[in-house]
Design a protein around this ligand. Structure first.
Ligand code: AMP
Length: 442
């Protein structure tokens, strides 16, 4: 914890105490090694502690969770009651991370927080809700499910509603669920809305649920940091896998996140890489929640050095350090490029982002260059060396396709994205039996 927030800090930020944070919570911040507030915290804390509604335009990594959690917990200390605040998050992972921050900040004061997200047993969550936690963090769909089906659970007494990553909540079509939730929360409440971008939908939501809000924005421009080395690699579409394997070999020893466009593709790419002896693990929105967390934890713990993911993982995930981001597929939405590459080069450290561009991606890629106002250099690839891989990669592709077909034919439940299945299989039966970095026989 702490690394993402640090790069958002200002040189002469006032202390948490000077911003009005009470002593107990200042101590909690210190215990988390939050030495000084981040920019978004500097801007929002005094306003929030005054009791204002807030719109915070800030990205994950800015310290925005602290910006809304601290004033909520401070008010809770003065007015203790169960079901004090409800936080809506677009993804399960983000919900868990938000809850972790609430729990970390509130650990000294017995704060209870419950996460209600899809993919996890409803009954266990209903039991947790019956214990009347102070804070409920959830994804809108599951929360509405509980509001409808869990006896005794309601949000009628909450004092705070937080809509985190509102732009994503809306782009993921949670409008209906948000409407349902707004109908059952008290009108007299504080509302905090955080979003990376101010879209027209977010503006509409803001009008519907905030009262005279204070607006705070940190870094609205779509920039990438100077410590990030960005490059592209132009290859024919049919050589994409070769290019990826080549890059991973060139960057051996690094931790990498490889972004693909579809869930299916994360599986296939991970399988191909594993067939070649590389320690890749997929994570995507089709995986069950325990599988997603399992994959993430293996990556975080360093047991796997290559995470293959969809954009689900480009925002919101608290992954401390990634050396390299590879865009295996160019994102359809240019802003996703910024979120993806934001997974590296944090807190003043260096990082690399390499985009594999094919004949079909030129327009999308040019849009990205326009957005970041930079013309990027190409990755100095040695084509001959890359082509040496072609045969082995083709064989790995063939095996992966065969395996996927076999699984689909069997219609096994677990086929969706069981990363461990591959762990025990492909990695051990890798084509060459060679370890990472030994793909070239030179
Ligand atoms: P967030 O943008 O809320 O997802 O926060 C990103 C990361 O920054 C989390 O790991 C937080 O623990 C960390 N963080 C939040 N506030 C601070 C702070 N004032 N100083 C250092 N780290 C922080």
């Amino acid at each position: 914890m702490g690394q993402e927030g640090e790069d958002q800090q200002t040189e002469e930020a006032p202390s948490f105490q000077r911003l009005g944070v009470c002593e107990q919570l200042c101590e909690a911040c210190a215990a988390l090694s939050w030495k000084q507030p981040t920019r978004i915290q500097v801007e929002t804390l005094p306003l929030a502690l005054e009791g204002r509604d807030l719109i915070g335009l800030a990205q994950t990594g800015s310290g925005k969770t602290g910006a809304f959690a601290l004033p909520i917990i401070q008010d809770l200390l003065d007015h203790p009651q169960p079901l004090f605040a409800c936080v809506l998050s677009p993804t399960r992972e983000l919900a868990i991370q938000i809850a972790e921050q609430f729990e970390a900040l509130g650990s000294g004061i017995g704060l209870k927080c419950t996460v209600v997200v899809g993919g996890v047993d409803m009954m266990a969550q209903a039991i947790a809700l019956a214990k009347r936690p102070h804070i409920v963090v959830g994804t809108p769909g599951r929360l509405v499910d509980h509001l409808t089906n869990t006896k005794g659970f309601s949000l009628r007494s909450i004092k705070y509603l937080v809509l985190d990553e509102a732009d994503r909540l809306l782009s993921m079509d949670f409008e209906h669920e948000i409407d349902e939730i707004l109908k059952v929360v008290p009108k007299e409440r504080r509302t905090y809305l955080f979003s990376a971008t101010m879209t027209s939908k977010v503006a509409k939501l803001q009008r519907a649920c905030l009262k005279n809000p204070a607006k705070v924005e940190v870094s609205s421009k779509y920039t990438t940091v100077d410590t990030l080395k960005q490059q592209y690699m132009f290859v024919p579409a049919k050589s994409k896998d070769c290019a990826l394997v080549y890059l991973l070999h060139e960057l051996a020893g690094s931790t990498s996140m490889v972004f693909t466009r579809t869930c299916e593709c994360t599986r296939k790419v991970a399988m191909i890489l594993r067939n070649l002896g590389l320690d890749a693990i997929p994570i995507n929105g089709q995986m069950s929640q325990p599988k997603r967390l399992g994959a993430l934890n293996k990556f975080k713990a360093g047991e796997r050095s290559i995470l293959i993911c969809t954009d689900v993982a480009s925002r919101g995930l608290d992954i401390p350090s990634v050396d390299v981001v590879i865009n295996y597929d160019i994102p359809m939405n240019s802003k996703d490029y910024i979120h993806r590459v934001g997974r590296t080069a944090r807190a003043g450290r260096s990082g690399r982002a390499i985009s594999i561009v094919t004949q079909y991606d030129i327009e999308l890629y040019q849009r990205i260059e326009k957005l970041i106002e930079k013309k990027l250099p190409s990755f100095p690839a040695l084509e001959d060396e890359m082509m040496l891989l072609a045969e082995r990669v083709a064989e790995a592709q063939r095996l992966a396709t065969m395996k996927i077909r076999e699984r689909d034919a069997k219609g096994k439940k677990r086929r969706a994205t069981d990363p461990d299945e591959d762990d025990h299989g492909d990695a051990k039966r890798s084509l060459s039996g060679k370890k990472k970095g030994k793909i070239f026989s030179r």
